[in-house]
Structures are given as C-alpha cells and as structure tokens.
Design a protein around this ligand. Structure first.
Ligand SMILES: Cc1cc2nc3c(=O)[nH]c(=O)nc-3n(C[C@H](O)[C@H](O)[C@H](O)COP(=O)(O)OP(=O)(O)OC[C@H]3O[C@@H](n4cnc5c(N)ncnc54)[C@H](O)[C@@H]3O)c2cc1C
Length: 395
C-alpha cells in the first residue's frame, strides 16, 4: 500500500491547509458549564464555516451538501483541522455517525429535511443508545415505543448521552416489539428533543465537566414518519451508527497526539529531575520513545483501516482494531505524561504552577473514558476475536 497522498489527495490537503491558515480561529476555551450558550454558538458557527469550505461531511454526496469524496479525504480534512489547532466540528455524532446512516437508510424526505441543518450546525444530534441496564449488551434495552394513532409513544431512560445538553434531535433506539427476540423488535426513531416529556439531566464527570446526560422519556409522542429504516429493524441501523462511530472517532487523532507528544518532549527537556532535565532519565526516555513509536503505529494502522473503508464504502470490524488501539494508547500516553511532569501534572486550570493551563491533568482524567465510550475494550476484543479471527462468539 502506498502511504503517500496521490496528486489529487495532495491537492485536497493543500486546499484544506490553505483555507484553515486563512480562517484560523482560536479554540474557544473549554467550558465546564456546557449550558454556556456563547461557547455553543461559537462552535455551531465554526462548524458552518467548515461545512461551507467543504471540510465537514466530505464523504457525503454533493446533493446533500457534502463533497462526494472518499474516507481518505475525510481523514485528510480531520488531520489538517487537528494540525491547524482549530476546533473540530461540534456535531461529531450527527455528521460522523448518524449522517451516513441517514444517507443509507433514510427516506428522501428525511434526507432532505435533516442532512442540511445537521451539516451546517443548525441542528445538533445526540445518540440515545445506552441505558442503565443496556450498555455493552445494547440489545437488552428496555425503553419502549408503542404505536398509537400515527405516533410512537416513548417511555424509558437513556444514560451517558453525550451532547444531550446541546442536542436538538436524538437518534433513539427503542423497543417496539417486546415479544420478539432481543435483537429484533428494536426501532430507530428520530426524536425532537423539544418534544413534551423529554427531560435532560446533567451527569458530572471526574474532569468536572458535564459532557453527557441522562435522558428521560415520559409519554413522548414521536410521529411515525420519524422511523429511520424499517420498524423492528433498528438493530441493523444502530450497528451502522456504531461502525461509523468506531471508524470516525479516531480519525485525525494521531495528529493531535503527535502535537501533544511534541509538547511533552519540550517539557521533558526543560523540567528539572534531580538536577538534570527529565529527558535524561533513562526510564522516562524509554517510555517516551515507546509512545512515539505507538503513535506512528497508530498512523499506519489508520491508513490501512481507511483504505479498507475506501474500497468497501462502509467500515467493518477493523474499525474496532483502530478504536481499541487509540483509546488504550491515549491512556498509556497520559500516564507517561504524568510521570514526566511529576506533581505538576495534577495541577488544574487556574493553578499558578500548572503547565499548559492544566491541560495535562484534564487529558489524564478524560482519557479514562476512552476505553468505555463507543464500546469498551473488552467488547472491541470480542468483535475482533469473532469477526476478524473467527473465534466462537462470546455469548
Ligand atoms: C465519555 C463517554 C461518552 C458516551 N457517550 C454515549 C452516547 O453519546 N450515547 C450512548 O448511548 N452511550 C454513550 N456512552 C456509553 C457507552 O457506550 C457505555 O458506557 C459502554 O457501551 C459500556 O456500557 P456500560 O457502561 O453499561 O458498561 P457494562 O456494559 O455494564 O460493562 C461493565 C464492564 O463489563 C465488561 N463487559 C460487559 N460485557 C462484556 C462481555 N460480553 N465480555 C467481556 N466483558 C464485558 C465491560 O467491558 C466493562 O468493563 C458514553 C460513555 C462514555 C464513557
């Protein structure tokens, strides 16, 4: 496989880099209060600009506002966004995960209605999948949707819903046939988050942020035409969303890791450790070189995974390999950063002696969720074991 850009890809990369250079904005400071409307409005506005520049929804068909290009170009755009140090798209769930499913399973009316506002940041989406008793075993979910007079009446609870606080719409998986086997009888509904009976409660993470929420549905009425795909075929639609989630969440991440790693090397060269720079410590040197190598492995693995998506159109089980690798690598990386920075690493934003405005304390804590979100490491290994290695199913 040739790891270099083709002439067309190089042209696309140069175009993206030039646009980002001309339109560069500062990343808005992370807001602990996600209900901070100024922060949200700035991120919506930036997403709109990226979409208008053709750097969001790159793989989407042109008729829906995309560029009609391949997965490699989408990753190239993400890499250039990371390299420029500007914020990424706000609606990662809509554009990266649900959008491709709407394009695959949606009716023409649904595509026309939802894709444009999604791409331009006018409507933000959340993913209502996990429940208190259905995380890894998603098909065990019990939120019910009962058809009554042209509406599905939804009752139940979702949890860990990222962007629930900001979302205008929710991709909800609900049980529509309780008598069917657990993977059957599920349906995906597109739910307006402003519908009467939708309740959003914050959940506080150890970073201090409330990135995700609990969602409660009390007799929420969803028009029957808001079914995505077929009634009782929600498992296939949801799986498509999950495959895209695993394939896209890590895209461009190696550029971010590399930038952060280069900063860590700078700090290792200046921080004093027993009268000499920390980078002279023989054990820390080994660990830094190991992380550097793994970030390179991640880059190469990603290229392999993307070229597979490019050929087949949709991501397959190899996206689990990618997800497993970036999430566990980030935890190892953040652990090494803590060792290099010593006690300074734990200082948070606002502390006089914190490096990089407390970024290292934040990244260490946030990385713990990486091996849980989008499916835990154990689940990724089960998928790889069964679908890649041909081992028997785990259940
Ligand atoms: C930052 C973050 C954002 C998230 N955002 C969303 C979101 O937007 N929408 C959404 O729906 N969900 C979201 N989630 C939820 C996430 O998908 C679930 O937490 C995840 O799927 C695990 O489910 P669980 O928490 O119920 O753990 P459980 O499924 O209860 O797992 C508990 C432990 O058991 C292990 N385990 C379970 N089953 C098996 C098995 N068969 N074999 C081996 N080990 C097993 C797991 O690996 C884990 O270690 C988010 C989670 C995080 C951390």
């Amino acid at each position: 496989m040739d790891l270099n850009d083709t002439p067309e890809q190089a042209r696309f990369r140069a175009e993206a880099r030039a646009w980002l250079e001309d339109h560069k904005i500062e990343a808005p400071p992370r807001s602990r209060s996600y209900e901070d409307n100024g922060h949200l409005a700035a991120r919506r506005d930036w997403q709109r600009k990226l979409a208008e520049a053709g750097l969001a929804g790159v793989t989407w068909p042109e008729e829906f506002g995309g560029r009609g290009l391949g997965a490699i170009e989408q990753v190239t755009a993400n890499q250039e966004i990371s390299r420029a140090g500007v914020p990424g798209i706000l609606d990662v769930i809509g554009i990266g995960m649900l959008g491709p499913c709407l394009i695959a399973h949606g009716s023409e009316e649904q595509k026309t209605r939802y894709l444009g506002p999604m791409l331009h940041g006018d409507e933000v989406w959340c993913q209502g999948f996990s429940e208190p008793n259905a995380g890894s075993d998603l098909a065990n979910l019990s939120t019910e949707a009962r058809l009554e007079d042209g509406y599905f009446v939804v009752n139940g609870q979702k949890v860990w819903t990222s962007f629930g606080w900001a979302a205008d719409w929710c991709e909800l998986v609900a049980r529509t046939d309780a008598s069917a086997a657990k993977h059957s009888g599920l349906t995906v509904l597109l739910v307006d988050m402003r519908s009467p009976g939708v309740e959003v409660r914050p959940l506080r993470q150890m970073t201090g942020e409330s990135e995700f929420n609990e969602l409660f549905f009390h007799d929420v009425r969803v028009p029957a035409e808001n079914v995505l795909g077929a009634v009782n075929d929600g498992w296939n639609v949801a799986l498509g969303t999950l495959m895209h989630e695993r394939a896209t969440l890590g895209a461009g991440l190696h550029v971010l890791y590399k930038r952060q790693f280069e900063r860590l090397v700078d700090l290792a060269n200046t921080i004093d450790r027993h009268g000499a720079p920390a980078s002279r410590d023989p054990v820390l040197r080994q660990k830094l070189a190991q992380i550097y190598s793994e970030i390179e492995i991640m880059r190469l693995n990603q290229m392999r995974s993307i070229s597979r998506v490019g050929r087949n159109g949709t991501p397959g089980p190899e996206s689990s390999l990618q997800k497993l690798f970036w999430s566990e690598l980030n935890q190892r990386f953040q652990q090494v950063a803590q060792e290099v920075l010593g006690p300074f690493a734990q200082l948070e934003k606002g502390s006089e002696f914190a490096f990089d405005e407390g970024q290292w304390a934040y990244s260490y804590l946030r990385a713990r969720g990486n091996t849980i979100e989008a499916g835990t490491s154990e689940i990724q290994r089960n998928i790889i074991g069964h679908f890649v290695l041909g081992l028997p199913r785990s259940y």
